[in-house]
Write a protein that binds this ligand. Structure first.
Ligand code: MLT
Length: 264
């Protein structure tokens, strides 16, 4: 489905009924990374998946944008769907956007699941890495981004034994427009430090991380779990950065239990 929000087209999915759970995807993927969650959880909950600006069926603006604007897009979509409050799940960049969303729209957040993400801003080295990656995207296209990123997103065992999943992730990355890849890289480089926000997050929070995640390792997850007052951490074995794709059953169990508790 599509709608217009903040002068761009936004692609989204809306399946099932019950407590709404809004899923925000990682960089540089799209909302189809949540297909397994949508299938498993929409019999119990209303599952909203959004193509964040720059990705999937949403527009990839040619001009600079920020993660705050991505949070505004999510907020506008919820207005249009008449959803007042929801549980939010954000993985990696999706988590960065949830911090921006929480700063502006905390009243809408019934519960937060922060998966394979981190609160710290980029280091100078990290920002430079993003500029290099944007250059690669312009010079060589999204398939070069896929070549570089897949080993950071999936564990070596997944890469060796699950070629279908590797193909699926590659197709998501290669489906991106270059303006979306570069736009996100600049937006992530500019995002503020969210560590000072952590102690102010008052809603129930679950932190999830793949034990093999090198992009946002368990130490980053522990930092969030230590500083968010009402948070609990689960480390998923045999998963790297895309824990929801590598270990969907474990991931779905955590989301279902958390949302069921909040439905009472
Ligand atoms: C993601 O998965 O969204 C990215 O790894 C986030 C990042 O590059 O910081």
């Amino acid at each position: 489905m599509h709608t217009r929000a903040n002068n761009i087209t936004v692609g989204y999915g809306d399946q099932g009924t019950g407590l709404p759970i809004v899923f925000l995807h990682a960089f540089p993927l799209n909302r189809t990374m949540w297909a397994t969650q949508e299938k498993a959880l929409s019999s119990q909950f209303r599952i909203i998946t959004i193509d964040l600006r720059g990705h999937g069926e949403s527009d990839a603006p040619l001009w600079r944008y920020t993660l705050d604007q991505s949070a505004d897009d999510v907020n506008a979509l919820l207005d249009q769907l008449a959803i007042q409050r929801a549980v939010f799940v954000g993985l990696s960049m999706g988590g960065y956007i949830l911090f921006a969303f929480y700063r502006k729209y905390a009243a809408r957040v019934k519960g937060l699941i922060l998966a394979d993400t981190k609160a710290q801003a980029d280091t100078e080295e990290g920002k430079n890495g993003r500029i290099q990656l944007a250059q690669i995207a312009y010079r060589k296209g999204p398939s070069a981004i896929a070549d570089g990123m897949i080993p950071k997103l999936l564990s070596p065992a997944t890469i060796q034994t699950n070629p279908d999943l590797v193909r699926q992730v590659r197709a998501m990355i290669e489906g991106n427009q270059i303006s979306g890849i570069a736009g996100d890289l600049m937006a992530m480089a500019e995002r503020p430090d969210s560590v000072p926000l952590l102690s102010q997050i008052t809603c129930p929070t679950r932190i999830i991380v793949g034990e093999l995640d090198q992009a946002t390792p368990p130490s980053d997850a522990k930092l969030m779990a230590d500083q968010i007052p009402n948070a609990r951490l689960t480390i998923i074995p045999n998963a790297a950065h895309l824990a929801n794709l590598e270990q969907p059953e474990a991931f779905n169990r955590i989301v279902a239990a958390f949302a069921s508790e909040l439905s009472k």
